[in-house]
Design a protein around this ligand. Structure first.
Ligand SMILES: [Cu+2]
Length: 70
């Protein structure tokens, strides 16, 4: 299991957290999604050997947020 953290702009409330958790949680290989509003970070727990960061980034953008760095 590995963990990756992305910096995301535009998240402001619990609704944003839910939206992102739902969108990113749908990506195959993602086990868990944690959002830190204060740090503007989305961290994902990934299944061993999986690296779906590109898809995670796309999902976040589709949901209307900006991924600043991965
Ligand atoms: Cu919000």
């Amino acid at each position: 299991m590995s963990r990756e953290t992305l910096r995301v702009e535009g998240m402001s409330c619990g609704h944003c957290v839910e939206t992102i958790q739902k969108a990113v949680g749908e990506v195959p290989g993602v086990r868990k999604v944690d959002v830190d509003l204060e740090k503007k970070e989305v961290s994902v727990e990934l299944e061993e050997g999986k690296s779906p960061l590109k898809e995670v980034t796309e999902k976040i953008r589709e949901a209307g947020y900006e991924v600043v760095s991965a």
